[in-house]
Design a binder for this molecule. Structure first.
Ligand SMILES: Nc1nc2c(c(=O)[nH]1)N[C@H]1C(S)=C(S)[C@@H](COP(=O)(O)OP(=O)(O)OC[C@H]3O[C@@H](n4cnc5c(=O)[nH]c(N)nc54)[C@H](O)[C@@H]3O)O[C@H]1N2
Ligand SMILES: Nc1nc2c(c(=O)[nH]1)N[C@H]1C(S)=C(S)[C@@H](COP(=O)(O)OP(=O)(O)OC[C@H]3O[C@@H](n4cnc5c(=O)[nH]c(N)nc54)[C@H](O)[C@@H]3O)O[C@H]1N2
Ligand code: SF4
Ligand SMILES: [Mo]
Length: 712
């Protein structure tokens, strides 16, 4: 039982962790966050929250909080004044740009930045410095969802809403352990199952907390989803579940798809996926017979070299069966981080432009240049580098300066050694974080202390397009400043005073809002005043009296040239790396319920750390016996890139020849420096979305000598 604390002031906010966007009530007493509760009556979570949110108060700990700017002099990081830090950063950037050109610098932010912060960075990088090298950790998270939507429906516009959960009678969840990663969303699914008798099909190679609730668990071989989806389409078409005349009205490509999925009969696909022919036929019949199907997917799809194709072939199933654009039916993308939606719409990936625009579109560039009052030629027509290409650029010397905020690439990018070597080559590495050391701040030349959630104001947009205000409720520690302020101070020091005149994030919001007018992300009807302390509307929300938009494209007209969505045939190709005698196992990486991403926040919460103190590697009993490994022993996983160690957990939740390990345990908060999954993972990526294949690396597994256990 929680101890009751009195004299608490309660304020509305939105969760800073996953992109589901639970409404929170934040309890503040004497300038500290002391309690977090779910907001009752909030349409997203109605008072419910998960253990990550419950355990927020300790993240405001002073332990390791950054309170002063620092500059590296030799091997030492020396505290400096803000003035010195800002002048030094701006001068160094300008020096490098002058010497090597604007393409030699890059910015990399996190999906938990507010939309206002990304707007400022877009203006600075694309509009004034003149480079599209602006990236976001959403590249590692949602880039394939965005590319999948763009190719199928013509816009990165999640079209459903959470209220659809209560209207559906079939949930098809593929490649997400939602019970762990978005527990409050999963709770709504469980309630709907109980109340409406809705069914759940889960596609995941592992048995998980989510699979426990599944009516059908398709435990496929990792990486084979495209083959499965094609085969489901095959059965739907063969068994008369598709009203072809109706589908032709709102989707193109039916005849090609029909012809090409002939290559994917269930008998053949059973061999590829490791499922039985009957399971595939049965799943297709459940889809065909559903009154309203909602599909959900996340990293089991997006962390693959076929990520975008997995997205496209999943959307085919919704389109073929008319499960789209009506209550309870359609693709419902789960988003990873709190503002993974807002930052995509504000143009945080290198190929995008502000307000759901594309950098390659001349008209879009003209509109934005005019709005910013900058010469059209400033905004370059070619996409900038993705974060993986930025690291490549650091290695080759094409990128000389990198500015990082709100993300921890030395822990979260694949192939850590390659990333660390790249970052170490930067002439200037500026890192803005709330803690030090993190894996990335440890490598920085300049460290800037940032205010975190509840210490600054801005907006987040959730995966159902709901815009919410997250407000400053307490003072940041020491001299820490909000990211937006740090960005505009540096921009002004680069001599862009006129373009960065802001005094508050609200002024930034008002400016950015103008670039959304008439677009699918239209927020013309939103003001800070309107959403302060209350639930925000779903976008688009074109005027102040507009209630917001629950579902998109309800007229079945899609933003593609012929107004129809696209049925896209995609051939199956296996994962990039193959197992062999030397590396006979495959490694899947993912999440635990007790930690968030690189653990800089949750790793400071005693309760969460006690529940998950160290890296655990899941191994099938048959493999454990073959390798002579017992439960609780220290084991080592080695790939072509590196090694990581962890404690063996022997469980049939993984298939044979497969191991699973979380990616939460890096170097900064671990006594042992050898626990990080990304020491092992493969930096290969999907060529369409440039998102890495974190879910498939060929490895070998070995037991460690007993002497090493003591160091554990
Ligand atoms: N507790 C907690 N919650 C979080 C986070 C966290 O770190 N901790 N992070 C947040 C973020 S940023 C994100 S993006 C989301 C991620 O949320 P999820 O996508 O649910 O998380 P993961 O555990 O990475 O991967 C999901 C599942 O994909 C499966 N999988 C692996 N390979 C394949 C495959 O080839 N096909 C299929 N169909 N499945 C496969 C894995 O077995 C795993 O169970 O969670 C968010 N929520
Ligand atoms: N092997 C493997 N690797 C993965 C994944 C996987 O499944 N497997 N998942 C990938 C995915 S989906 C994601 S989203 C990424 C996440 O990767 P990251 O973005 O690197 O992870 P976080 O731990 O969320 O990093 C947030 C950083 O910002 C800091 N921070 C928090 N709030 C603020 C703030 O307000 N301002 C500033 N300046 N800093 C702040 C935190 O201290 C932390 O250092 O990891 C990816 N990496
Ligand atoms: S489900 Fe997501 S948004 Fe809701 S409380 Fe948990 S982490 Fe926060
Ligand atoms: Mo993510």
């Amino acid at each position: 039982m929680k101890e009751e604390i009195t004299n608490i002031k309660w304020n509305k906010s939105t969760c800073p962790y996953c992109g589901f966007g639970c409404g929170l009530m934040v309890g503040v007493k004497e300038g500290r966050v002391v309690d977090i509760r779910g907001m009752k009556g909030h349409p997203v979570n109605d008072g419910h929250i998960c253990k990550l949110a419950v355990n927020i108060p300790p993240i405001f700990t002073d332990m390791g909080r950054l309170t002063h700017p620092m500059i590296r002099r030799g091997d030492e990081l020396v505290p400096v004044t803000w003035e010195e830090a800002i002048t030094h950063t701006a001068n160094e950037f300008m020096r490098i740009i002058k010497k090597y050109g604007p393409e030699s610098v890059a910015f990399y932010g996190g999906a938990a930045n507010t939309t206002e912060e990304y707007y400022l960075m877009n203006k600075l990088m694309r509009g004034l410095i003149g480079t599209n090298n602006i990236e976001c950790s959403t590249r590692l998270c949602m880039a394939s969802t965005a590319a999948g939507f763009l190719s199928t429906i013509g816009a990165d516009a999640p079209l459903t809403c959470y209220a659809d959960i209560e209207e559906a009678d079939l949930f098809f969840i593929a490649g997400s352990n939602m019970a762990v990663s978005t527990p409050v969303m999963f709770r709504r699914i469980c309630m709907a199952k109980k109340k409406n008798g809705a069914k759940l099909i889960l596609v995941d190679p592992r048995k998980t907390k989510t699979s426990e609730l599944a009516d059908m668990h398709l435990q496929i071989r990792p990486g084979t989803d495209v083959a499965l989806n094609n085969s489901l389409a095959y059965v739907l078409l063969k068994e008369g579940f598709v009203d072809e005349e109706k589908v032709e009205k709102y989707a193109s490509g039916l005849s090609d798809l029909k012809e090409l999925v002939e290559e994917y009969p269930p008998g053949k696909v059973a061999v590829i996926t490791g499922l039985s022919e009957n399971q595939i036929i049965e799943a297709a019949r459940m889809i065909g017979n559903a009154r309203a199907m909602l599909t959900f997917w996340l990293l089991g799809y997006n962390h693959s070299t076929q990520a975008v194709f997995k997205n496209n072939t999943l959307h085919n199933l919704s389109l073929l069966t008319g499960n789209i654009c009506r209550p309870g039916a359609g693709p419902m993308s789960i988003t990873g981080e709190a503002n993974a939606m807002g930052n995509r719409w504000v143009g945080a990936l290198s190929h995008l432009l502000v307000g759901m625009r594309q950098i390659t579109n001349e008209q879009h560039r003209k509109e934005v240049a005019k709005y910013w009052g900058v010469p059209e030629k400033n905004i370059k027509s070619t996409p900038g580098r993705s974060i993986m290409e930025i690291i490549e650029g650091l290695h080759s010397g094409d990128i000389r300066a990198l500015w990082v905020t709100t993300t921890n690439p030395a822990a979260s990018l694949p192939h850590t050694r390659w990333v660390e070597e790249g970052l170490a080559k930067a002439e200037l590495l500026v890192v803005q974080d709330i803690f030090h050391p993190t894996e990335t701040t440890a490598l920085a030349n300049v460290i800037l202390p940032a205010a975190q959630w509840c210490e600054k104001t801005g907006t987040f947009i959730s995966s159902e397009r709901r815009i919410e205000l997250v407000e400053k409720l307490i003072e940041p520690p020491g001299e820490a400043k909000p990211d937006y302020e740090i960005i505009w101070l540096i921009a002004r020091a680069m001599a862009f005073e006129k373009e960065f005149p802001y005094k508050s994030p609200e002024e930034v919001f008002e400016e950015w809002k103008g670039l959304t007018r008439g677009r699918l992300c239209d927020m013309s009807g939103v003001t800070y005043e309107r959403i302060r302390g209350v639930v925000g509307p779903q976008l688009p929300c074109p005027d102040t009296s507009h209630p917001g938009t629950m579902r998109l494209f309800t007229d079945m007209h899609f933003p593609r040239p012929d107004g129809r969505a696209a049925l896209l045939f995609r051939d199956y190709i296996g994962p990039a790396e193959i197992t062999d005698n030397e590396y006979p196992f495959l490694l899947i990486t993912g999440r635990l319920e007790w930690h968030f991403n690189t653990r800089t926040r949750t790793g400071r919460v005693r309760h969460l750390n006690n529940a998950a103190p160290d890296n655990i590697i899941n191994l099938h009993p048959q493999d454990a016996e073959m390798l002579g490994i017992c439960e609780g022993e220290l084991i080592e996983v080695t790939s072509r890139r590196g090694k990581a160690r962890g404690i063996a957990r022997i469980t049939d939740s993984v298939q044979t020849n497969t191991v699973f390990m979380p990616f939460h345990f890096g170097k900064a908060l671990c006594i042992n420096q050898d626990r990080a999954a990304n020491l092992v993972t493969n930096p290969v990526f999907d060529i369409h979305s440039k998102q890495p294949e974190y879910k498939f690396s060929a490895v070998r597994v070995e037991k460690m000598p007993v002497s090493l256990h003591k160091g554990k």
